[in-house]
Design a protein around this ligand. Structure first.
Ligand code: FAD
Length: 419
């Protein structure tokens, strides 16, 4: 570490952090930038972790956004293995520990002073009470998690149980079926992605998994998990028991903001304005750790998807150099399952009208146009990436003046789906 005074300190070393520092340099910002990366590697891309990293026969490729030389050339100081532990926003100081130092963490605490702080610590898998990872039980967030899961799936351990039919859970189920495993998925809600998709479309996704041989148990919960040796035994709410060689806990995510507990920032994704400014002076947030206002919903929405992290990291960099954020566009996430590219644009309310364009059959591309009270709200695109610009225009056109109200109080949007 060069010195303890940093112009822009980015806590977290993922996608939002990367986009923020790249944009700062592109816009000519020449101050000192340092990035705290808890993991021992430079920022990398996560979507392949639940897809190609599991299925490719070759050793997983490098997923870093930039080669090491990029950080040197752009004078971005990567502090690998360094974790943000606390924030004093009055003194403008972040306390950190360095996992590379030996001995007691507390003795190796250091403080870094910042002029501007960007919180981009992302999110973590939600823990289930009484279930800890280890042995046959996995979670999936990091490259290390993905390598461990890949090893378990590829060593021919035949039975995978996925807890949670969210996006990551369904992608892993799809990858595991491709590898020939028996896959059972347990989901408490009556349809997959119940918070993001109306029931009719959730049923389509359940049908897709069914056709590819996933045993999807909906409206079902796990009462108990016992581990003996390499095998887990799950007792389900319907009284049945399942044995599994590998269990993936994929029950959604929580914002990785617990380290801010003493700073006055409430737990959960951090409310911001459209530029990523939080309530604390000189403190911004972006990506999965943030909750930006959605101009099309007129309320703050924690998004936890790739494109939002890109846009928000960019918006924060623009704000730091005194620029407004770019024009808003309707939110989008994608997911790859059983060879289908699935994209949701906008936010689909539970009560809505759906108009189908296409076959809605396995392997056939289709678009579901989703309206709420007669107004375009969202579109589900299956194998139709070419329709994305049109879908965005369709939704945006319904809002002549997207609401640009700054955030007041965060409240959980029922239509978002965390991974
Ligand atoms: P992250 O990328 O999670 O980066 C945060 C970083 O901060 C991490 O490296 C973390 O180790 C570090 N960190 C955490 N706490 C601290 C701390 N206290 N101090 C220092 N560092 C810390 N989105 C899509 O739209 N489509 C997809 O297909 C898709 N697939 C995905 C598959 C997987 C397996 C996962 C996990 C996510 C996927 N996503 C997908 C979501 C997308 O990758 C995330 O929304 C995006 O990575 C969020 O970026 P971020 O920078 O906010 O957080």
């Amino acid at each position: 570490m060069r010195s303890t005074d940093v112009d822009v300190l980015i806590a977290g070393g993922g996608l939002a952090a990367q986009r923020c520092c790249e944009t700062l340099r592109r816009l000519g910002f020449d101050g000192r930038i340092a990035m705290l990366c808890e993991e021992p590697r430079a920022p990398y891309d996560r979507p392949p972790l639940s897809k190609g990293v599991l299925t490719d026969p070759d050793e997983p490729r490098e997923l870093s956004f930039r080669p090491a030389a990029w950080y040197e050339e752009n004078d971005v100081e990567l502090l690998l293995g360094v974790t943000a532990r606390g924030l004093d926003a009055t003194a403008r100081v972040v306390t950190v520990t360095d996992s590379r130092s030996n001995g007691d963490d507390a003795r190796h605490e250091q403080t870094l002073r910042y002029r501007q702080l960007v919180i981009a610590t992302g999110s973590r898998p939600r823990q289930l009470p009484g279930v800890s990872c280890g042995g046959p039980i996995h979670q999936l967030r990091t490259y290390t998690d993905a390598l461990a899961l890949r090893a378990a799936l590829r060593q021919g351990n035949g039975r995978l149980v996925v807890l949670g039919a969210g996006l990551v859970g369904m992608e892993v189920a799809s990858a595991a079926r491709g590898l020939g495993l028996d896959v059972t998925m347990i989901e408490a809600a009556p349809t997959p992605l119940a918070r993001a998709l109306p029931a009719t479309l959730g049923h389509w996704i359940a049908g897709l998994h069914h056709r590819y041989g996933v045993d999807m148990r909906l409206s079902t919960t796990v009462e108990r998990i016992g581990v003996r040796g390499d095998t887990a035994t799950l007792t389900l709410s319907d009284g049945s028991e399942l044995n599994a060689d590998t269990v993936l806990v994929a029950a959604g995510t929580v914002a990785a903001t617990e380290w801010l507990a003493a700073s006055g920032i409430a737990p959960g994704p951090i409310p911001t304005d459209r530029s990523g400014r939080t309530e604390l002076p000189f403190v911004y947030a972006a990506g999965d750790a943030a909750c930006f206002p959605d101009p099309y919903l007129g309320e703050p929405v924690p998004t936890q998807h790739w494109e939002a992290a890109v846009r928000q990291g960019t918006a924060v960099a623009r704000a730091i150099v005194g620029l407004d954020p770019a024009e808003p566009v309707p939110a989008m996430f994608w997911s790859d399952q059983h060879g289908q590219r699935i994209q949701l644009v906008g936010h689909a309310p539970a009560q809505c009208d759906i108009e189908l364009d296409g076959e809605e059959a396995l392997g056939e591309p289709f678009v579901a146009w989703i309206k709420c009270d007669g107004r375009p709200a969202a579109a589900l695109l299956v194998n139709r990436p070419d329709v994305l610009p049109q879908a965005r225009r369709w939704i945006a056109g319904a809002f002549q003046h997207p609401d640009q109200t700054p955030v007041s109080v965060i409240h959980q949007n029922p239509t978002t789906e965390s991974r």
